[in-house]
Design a protein around this ligand. Structure first.
Ligand code: CTP
Ligand code: MG
Length: 380
C-alpha cells in the first residue's frame, strides 16, 4: 500500500428495517436527537484519513434522506438494491470514478462507530487486502434446531463481525462483480472468505452494535428524571441564617427543627423527588431529637446516596433562594463550593440563584425565606 492511500467509505442505508418495524425506516430514526444515518455518516466525514463518503440509500427513502442530509459533507447518495449485497455493489461501482485505494463499507445501522476503530481497520489494510472489526464471543454458544440444542460450539475461535469492513478497492469490487448472481452474502468479508482471500480481524468495540430491533433503540436512551423541591422557613430572632451550607450574619435566623437551611432542604426534596423516594420529612422526622439543630448537609448527602443506591447519577442541581434579605450574591461561590462537596459534583453541574419578590408576599414582607430547586438524575 502507498503511504497516503486514498480512502473512500460506503455507508449502506438501503434496507427497510423490517425487524425493527414502525413507520419510518430505522436509519432515519433519531437517537439522542440525531438521526442514525447522520451519526454514521458523520463518524467518517469527521475522520481526517477519509477522502469521501458515499451514502447508499433506498430509492423510496429520498424524502427522508433530504430531511437529514442538509448539513452533511458527503457525496450525493446513490440508490441501493433489494439486498445488502446489491446495495454494496452499486455503491462500489459509483466510487470507481474516484479510483480509491481502499474502501470501508459500513452499515448505516451502526451509528456508534468510533474513530479508533476506524483507525484499526485502516492500519490493518497496510498488510492485508481485507480487514474487519470483530468482538470475541463471551457467552457459551449452542447450535440449536427446532428449539433443541444440538451441541455446544467451542467459542475460542468465534468472533462477531462488525463494520466498517475495509478492503483494497480493486479486490472487493472484482469479487462483488463476480458474485452478482451467487448466493446471498450478509457481509463483505464473506465474499473474501468464499474466494480464499485472507481477512484480518482487528478488535471491534462492543458499543459499535447494530440497531436491529426496537430494544436496540431504547437501550440507548438514558432514563432521565427531574425532581422538584420547595421549602420555606419563618424568620425569627437571632444573628445568623444558614443558606446552602453557608452561615450569613443577617441579623435574623430561620426557625426550624434542624439548622433550617431552606436551600439544602429544597435540593434534598428535589433529589428524593427525582427517584420517587418520598420527601425530607419521611427520611428525617421533625419529631426526631437526633435532628435538632442538625447540619442539613447530612440530609442532602443522604438523598445523594439514595440516588446512587438506585444506580443513578446526579446530572445537575439548580436552586433559587427567595427573599429580600440577606443578599445572596456575595456568598454564591461559597454556596456552590459547599454544594459541590456535599453532592460530589463538578462546578458546571451546580447552579445557585436568588431573587426577591419585589416586597410581595410573605418573603417580600420579611416573614420568611423560601427556596425552589430542581435535580436532574440519569439512569445510565
Ligand atoms: N442494507 C442496504 N440495502 C439492503 C438491505 C440492507 O443497504 N437492501 C443496509 C441497511 O440499511 C443497514 C445494513 O445494510 O444499514 C445492515 O442491514 P440490516 O441491519 O439487516 O438492515 P435492514 O435490512 O434495513 O433491516 P431488516 O433486515 O430488519 O429489514
Ligand atoms: Mg437486512
Amino acid at each position: 500500500m502507498k503511504n497516503m492511500a486514498k480512502i473512500y467509505v460506503l455507508v449502506v442505508a438501503g434496507g427497510i428495517g423490517e425487524r425493527l418495524g414502525g413507520d419510518m425506516p430505522k436509519q432515519y430514526l433519531s437517537i439522542s436527537g440525531v438521526p442514525i444515518l447522520q451519526q454514521s455518516i458523520l463518524a467518517f466525514t469527521n475522520h481526517p484519513a477519509i477522502s469521501g463518503v458515499r451514502p447508499v440509500i433506498n430509492k423510496e427513502h429520498q424524502g427522508y434522506y433530504k430531511q437529514i442530509s442538509q448539513d452533511l459533507d458527503c457525496l450525493p447518495p446513490v440508490f441501493g438494491g433489494d439486498t445488502r449485497q446489491k446495495s454494496v455493489r452499486l455503491g462500489l461501482e459509483s466510487l470507481a470514478e474516484f479510483a480509491p485505494d481502499i474502501v470501508l463499507i459500513h452499515d448505516a445501522a451502526r451509528p456508534f462507530v468510533d474513530s479508533e476503530l476506524i483507525d484499526r481497520v485502516i492500519a490493518a489494510l497496510k498488510t492485508s487486502k481485507a480487514a474487519i472489526p470483530g468482538i470475541p464471543v463471551t457467552d457459551t454458544t449452542k447450535s440449536v434446531k427446532d428449539g433443541i440444542i444440538i451441541e455446544t460450539i467451542p467459542r475460542e475461535h468465534l468472533s462477531l463481525a462488525q463494520t466498517p469492513q475495509g478492503f483494497h478497492f480493486d479486490v472487493i469490487m472484482k469479487l462483488h462483480q463476480q458474485c452478482v448472481d451467487s448466493a446471498h452474502f450478509s457481509d463483505d468479508a464473506s465474499l473474501c472468505e468464499h474466494n480464499n482471500i485472507a481477512v484480518q480481524i482487528v478488535p471491534g468495540n462492543i458499543l459499535n452494535r447494530k440497531i436491529t430491533t426496537m430494544v436496540d433503540m431504547t437501550k440507548n436512551i438514558p432514563h432521565i428524571c427531574v425532581g422538584h423541591g420547595f421549602d420555606t422557613h419563618a424568620i425569627g430572632a437571632g444573628k445568623n441564617v444558614m443558606i446552602l451550607g453557608v452561615s450569613i450574619a443577617a441579623g435574623f435566623s430561620l426557625i426550624g427543627h434542624s439548622d433550617a437551611d431552606v436551600g439544602l432542604h429544597s435540593i434534598t426534596d428535589a433529589l428524593l423527588g427525582a427517584i420517587g423516594d418520598g420527601d425530607i420529612g419521611m427520611h428525617f422526622s421533625p419529631q426526631d431529637e437526633r435532628w435538632k439543630g442538625a447540619d442539613s448537609g447530612i440530609f442532602l448527602k443522604h438523598a445523594a446516596q439514595k440516588v446512587r443506591d438506585r444506580g443513578a447519577v446526579i446530572s445537575h442541581v439548580d436552586v433559587t433562594i427567595i427573599g429580600e434579605k440577606p443578599k445572596v450574591s456575595p456568598y454564591r461561590e461559597a454556596m456552590i463550593t459547599r454544594l459541590m462537596e456535599l453532592l460530589e459534583l463538578d462546578r458546571n453541574r451546580v447552579s445557585v440563584k436568588a431573587t426577591t419578590t419585589e416586597k410581595l408576599g410573605f418573603c417580600g414582607r420579611g416573614e420568611g425565606l423560601a427556596a425552589f430547586a430542581t435535580a436532574t438524575v440519569i439512569y445510565p
